[in-house]
Every structure is written in structure tokens, then in C-alpha cells.
Design a protein around this ligand. Structure first.
Ligand code: DGY
Length: 420
């Protein structure tokens, strides 16, 4: 398969629906939150105006309290379940009622700092800055209600790593009793064994039904939910985005913004540092209902590298752990430790390699001077793209491309980072 810059650009152009990019046609026919923040980085390599437009269309879906929904339903489609009727959020444009990893501030900063058209970029970034600030405030107010320095997800879909084995134990407490009939469309587009299971979906929709019945009010959701997890990956991504927001605040913010961000940075850093696992040599999530650490080693547990949380010694131990995984699979970085008995190389977040995660890990490893391993991760990603095209994710044992094809964020990574 030839993977060229032209082919990667063509994926973005084909998935463009008028200022926003669908992750892939059919399987995901709307605008997704963290997808778009990454996809903007791809657009920026050949059309800066279009890159800013991606983020501007995304924040059309932002709620008044700052929440940025995980899906913005700009135009109707029968290809996806659950659609706007199931969410019932009464927002215009229609949106889901939950969020996703907050990559927005990082994306704004990267677009701004790499811009060729600097005056234009300043104007776009200045307009987007208050929206990113509101989003970060929302995370703290709505999702760190005990002021612990860690934010919680209330739905596995919020993690973006939907069916990660890290959520298995917590999901057992979610009843599989949806009131909404489940009409899965995903498995008519993609093989069922590459997707979450039916039992997962019953619980996903039970949570959506519960939150809809609470009118999506953050305090009521917090009190009623059976699923409340301090997802390590989201906390690391938020912390990294907070440092990027600080850089933006230095240009566009007030002294009060600056102090609020500085306070959050401090408390996040201390809290995330406590999630280090001496046994696993990476970081792990915390179940906020039981108060217990979730002893599952996922690629998300490596993302504190991207947020510069580990000490040099911890980073070296994480690098050694990644090398150990690399002895067992052909392509780095699998989304679950291949030594975990639940490892499934083809099933979504239970084993496959994802280009965006590789990018974040690569960037972190480079910053900690683990250049050789960072290079291997980058080369593996390039090889996967070259052999199997711009797939949604890849089998780390065979390199097979899985899930949706012509996938926007994979093509965007080819353009912005792993250019073949
Ligand atoms: C899906 O539908 O699989 C998405 O990941 C949920 O946002």
C-alpha cells in the first residue's frame, strides 16, 4: 500500500463535511471531540484556515457550562447509534451529553506556534482561548467535586478508550438494563470481533439512559452514577493541555486566569504522581467508587510522559516496560500489555495499536531522552500505515489494519508527525 502525503490529504478531504471532519464515513458520521483536535493538526500542514475551522466547528457544540460534548451531530445520519434522540440533550446543534479527552488547548497551541500565517493564527487563537479556558474550568468544577486534583469520567466513552480492560471491574457495577432499545449500527460497518461486545453496549446505554433521566446535570450525575473513574489517560492529557493553556494565557489571558491555571497545574501534578505503580512500572487509574487502584497496564498508563509527570527514573522504567511489550508483539504500542491474559490484538482498546496514542508516547519519550525507543515507535507507526493504510487501529501482532478505513486521525498523524 502506498502511503503518501497526497493520500493522507485525500483522506481528510474525503471526510470533510463542511468545516468539520468525520473520523471515517459511515461508522462515525458526525464530529467527534478528540478526533477533531488531532485532525486539525493534519489540516494545518496544508491548509491552516481549514485547521482553525475544524476547532471552531467543534466549539459550536460547547455547552454553556463549558462542557465540550464528545459528539456534535451537525447533520442527521442513520449510520450511527446512539443518535441525538437517545441523548436527548436539547442543545443546538444537537450533541451527546458526555465529553472526551481534552486535547483542544494543546491543538490550539500547536496550530498557533507552527503557523505560517501568524496574524491570522493570533486572531483565531485569541477567539478560541476563552472556550478552552471554560472547558478546563468545567473539568475541575464538574468532575473534581472533591478537589482531589483528579478528574473523573462517568462513562467509558468519555475515556475515548471505550472498552479498555481497565474499565471491566467498574463496569460490572453498571446494570445491563437499558430502557432504550439497542440498535447497533457499528457492527454493520465493521466486524463484530473488532468492536465492543453486546454486554458492553447494554451497559453503555444504561448509563446514557440514567444521565438523560437526570437532565445531564453534572451534580446529579456525580451523585447517582455507578461508574466513576479517575482515568489516568484523561488526567494526563488534561494536565498536558493545562500547560498548553498556560502558554495561551500568557498571551491572551488575565492575571486571574494565570493564577487559576497555576493552581490546577500544581494539584493535578501531585495527584497524578500518586498513581504511579511500583509493580507495573507505569501509571494506573483509580476507581473512585471503591477508592482502589485499577491494576491493569494499558498504553494510557504511559501518557504521563506526554504530560512530563514522571521523574527521569520513572520514565526509564516506563521505557523498559515498553521494550518488554515490544519483545512480545511486533508493533508498538499495544493498548493493553500483551502479558495481560485479556489481551485481544484485534478488539478496539483491548490490544490494538492507535496512531494518536503512539504520537503522544513518542513525544514524551523524546522529551525524556529515550530517543531510540521513540524512533522505534514512530517507525512502527509508519510501517503500519505503509502496510495497511490509514486504518482506525492495527493488530500489534500482524500489523493488519482494523476497524474503520480511511481514518481521519490516522491520516492526520501521517501528515503532522509520522510523514512517511
Ligand atoms: C463509538 O461509538 O464507538 C464511539 O467510540 C463512542 O463515542
Amino acid at each position: 500500500m502506498t502511503v503518501t502525503i497526497t493520500a493522507a490529504r485525500d483522506v481528510l478531504k474525503a471526510n470533510d463535511r463542511g468545516g468539520y471532519t468525520v473520523p471515517t464515513s459511515r461508522l462515525y458520521p458526525f464530529q467527534w471531540n478528540w478526533d477533531s483536535a488531532f485532525v486539525a493538526l493534519g489540516w494545518a500542514t496544508f491548509d491552516e484556515g481549514r485547521a482553525w475551522r475544524e476547532l471552531e466547528r467543534l466549539i459550536e457544540g460547547q455547552w454553556e457550562d463549558g462542557m465540550l460534548p464528545h459528539i456534535i451531530f451537525h447533520a442527521p445520519s442513520d449510520d450511527y447509534f446512539p443518535g441525538p434522540d437517545v441523548w436527548g440533550t436539547h442543545h443546538h446543534p444537537a450533541t451527546s451529553g458526555i465529553t472526551q479527552p481534552p486535547v483542544l488547548a494543546t491543538s490550539i497551541r500547536l496550530l498557533l506556534e507552527n503557523a505560517k500565517d501568524t496574524a491570522e493564527a493570533e486572531a483565531h487563537a485569541a477567539a478560541l482561548y476563552p472556550r478552552a479556558l471554560a472547558l478546563h474550568r468545567w473539568w475541575t468544577e464538574a468532575r473534581d467535586r472533591q478537589h482531589s486534583g483528579l478528574v473523573a469520567i462517568l462513562h467509558p466513552w468519555e475515556s475515548g478508550m471505550d472498552n479498555s480492560p481497565a474499565w471491566d471491574a467498574a463496569m460490572v457495577r453498571v446494570p445491563a438494563t437499558p430502557t432504550t432499545p439497542i440498535r447497533r449500527r457499528d457492527i454493520s460497518h465493521v466486524q463484530a470481533d473488532m468492536r465492543p461486545s453486546q454486554a458492553d453496549y447494554e451497559r453503555y446505554i444504561t448509563l446514557v439512559d440514567l444521565y438523560r433521566s437526570l437532565a445531564w446535570a453534572p451534580d446529579r450525575m456525580w451523585d447517582a452514577t455507578p461508574f466513576k473513574v479517575a482515568d489516568l489517560a484523561i488526567n494526563a492529557i488534561l494536565h498536558r493541555a493545562e500547560t498548553d493553556l498556560m502558554a495561551l494565557a500568557n498571551r491572551f489571558g488575565t492575571p486571574a486566569d494565570h493564577s487559576a491555571i497555576a493552581l490546577r497545574l500544581e494539584s493535578q501534578r501531585t495527584a497524578i504522581a500518586r498513581l504511579w505503580s511500583e509493580e507495573a512500572n507505569l501509571y494506573q487509574s483509580l476507581d473512585l467508587i471503591t477508592g482502589e487502584r485499577i491494576p491493569v497496564s494499558t498504553s494510557g498508563g504511559l501518557l504521563p510522559l506526554f504530560a512530563r509527570i514522571p521523574t527521569d527514573d520513572q520514565a526509564a522504567r516506563m521505557a523498559a516496560e515498553i521494550e518488554r511489550w515490544g519483545g512480545k508483539v511486533r508493533y508498538l504500542v499495544p493498548s493493553l500489555s500483551p502479558f495481560d491474559p485479556r489481551f485481544e490484538p484485534k478488539r478496539y482498546w483491548r490490544g490494538p495499536v492507535w496512531a494518536i496514542v503512539n504520537r503522544m508516547i513518542n513525544e514524551g519519550l523524546s522529551a525524556y531522552d529515550h530517543g531510540a525507543l521513540a524512533a522505534r515507535i514512530r517507525e512502527d507507526t509508519q510501517t503500519l500505515m505503509r502496510q495497511s493504510g490509514f486504518a482506525e487501529y492495527y493488530d500489534p501482532t500482524t500489523g493488519e489494519g482494523l476497524g474503520g478505513g480511511s481514518f481521519s486521525w490516522t491520516a492526520a498523524m501521517a501528515l503532522s508527525w509520522a510523514v512517511p
